[in-house]
Design a protein around this ligand. Structure first.
Ligand code: AMP
Length: 394
């Protein structure tokens, strides 16, 4: 079964075409800067890589360009759009309604639209991706895989905020959780690898967006992102946890508008706000050269992660493994070392040599006498989406 996985964002569409269940990757790529005259198209098939810059003003045009590559006689992988059996869509917000991957019909589209105010930067574009692929691949089954679905198992005590009940009961204000596809994928891989289906895990997704989940017996029990993807860990440009009275002080005491405060906390904070740079590779390089701001920012980042590991070990009454994943989690031995130092009390002891290994596979990086395993597991969100779509359709 050929499954096209689509991740449609505000100005980009990423895609992968996978054969399922063999998991063979036919091709992958993305269109970036949709809406601009100099949009960037990237396409890879095996060891062939293409890049082109051109005007792509709408998501529909972007999808047509992608389809053009898929059908191309030389570098394409299909000869007819009917060869695509299904399209798996990443949809960020499924509210409380969707705890599972779902076949898309009119009602599902209406619901995704209804949840748009809860994820204004994501859901409208996810929906547009769906509407466009329905036109381009009318014969394919369309499947939605929700970022929030994995966290539907969080108990009410973990998801409800201590504000008047009416906001929970009538306005949907609660912690929903995000990055669910990634946390699900790496936690399942960890449980398989450890041959321990009841394992108590803390999965740590560190990319541009960052989040951490307590997973017990395969179920999400607690998670750092809340009502929107802004709470919790320090991210590339998002602050993560702050005292909400700061927002009132910025508005009432310092004269910022609410819109400006939102922009500051979302786009100008986190590692970017602390160092002037949102890319961890640059921050690490500057820290190596003694830059005090960068050294402190890395320490703050790791300190926040440590706090959550401790909290989640307490929540689960135990800890069998912590799992690092995504761009930073998979690649930054520095952050992993800062997080894992002085954690003997919790049973976490890092092996520095294994931590520094550059292997790209699942690996253990703790010492032999560490009670808790420390795993690095590359996340494969697109593969997880394809897997879930396949399981739904067979
Ligand atoms: P993602 O959102 O998963 O693509 O991750 C993006 C983040 O991963 C960026 O902050 C990058 O700086 C970071 N990253 C990617 N490669 C490395 C690396 N080799 N060392 C440190 N950070 C990295």
């Amino acid at each position: 079964m050929k499954i096209l996985v689509i991740n449609a964002g505000s100005s980009s569409i990423k895609f992968k075409l996978l054969e399922m269940p063999s998991e063979i990757l036919h091709c992958e790529g993305m269109v970036e800067r949709i809406g601009a005259k100099n949009a960037l198209l990237k396409y890879s098939k095996g060891d062939k890589h293409l890049e082109a810059t051109m005007e792509v003003l709408t998501h529909k045009v972007a999808l047509e360009k992608i389809t053009g590559y898929l059908l191309d006689r030389e570098i394409g992988v299909i000869s007819d759009t009917r060869e695509i059996d299904a399209v798996g869509h990443r949809v960020v917000h499924g509210g409380n309604r969707y705890s599972k991957t779902t076949l898309i019909d009119r009602e599902v589209k209406d619901q995704i639209r209804e949840f748009s105010p809860l994820a204004p930067l994501h859901n409208p574009h996810n929906l547009e991706g769906i509407l466009m692929t329905e036109q381009v691949f009318p014969m394919a089954k369309q499947v939605a895989v929700f970022d929030t679905a994995f966290h539907q198992t969080m108990p009410v005590k973990a998801r409800k905020y201590a504000i008047p009940n009416v906001f929970y009961a009538h306005h949907g204000i609660q912690a929903y959780g995000f990055h669910g596809t990634s946390h699900k994928y790496v936690s399942e891989r960890a449980m398989d690898y450890m041959k321990h289906p009841k394992a108590k895990l803390v999965t740590i997704h560190l990319g541009n967006g960052c989040s951490i989940t307590a997973v017990s017996g395969g179920k999400s029990m607690a998670h750092s992102l809340g009502f929107a993807p802004s709470n919790g860990l320090i991210m590339g440009s998002r602050s993560g946890d702050i005292d909400h009275s700061i927002i009132f002080y910025m508005v009432e005491g310092l004269g910022y508008s609410l819109k400006e405060v939102n922009r500051i906390l979302t786009n100008e904070s986190g590692m970017l706000g602390l160092t002037g740079n949102g890319d961890l590779r640059d921050i690490e390089a500057r820290a190596e050269n003694g830059d005090a701001e960068c050294i402190l920012a890395l320490e703050m980042n790791a300190y926040r992660i440590k706090k959550y590991i401790g909290a989640y070990a307490a929540v689960m009454n135990g800890l069998d493994a912590i799992v690092f994943t995504a761009g930073i989690g998979e690649n930054s031995s520095k952050i992993r070392k800062l997080v894992c130092c002085d954690m003997e009390y919790l049973g976490i002891v890092l092996n520095n040599a294994s931590n520094n290994s550059r292997s790209k596979d699942l690996r253990e990086i703790q010492t032999d006498h560490s009670k808790v395993k420390v795993l690095v597991i590359p996340t494969k969100e697109e593969l997880e989406i394809a897997k879930q779509a396949y399981q739904l359709l067979v």
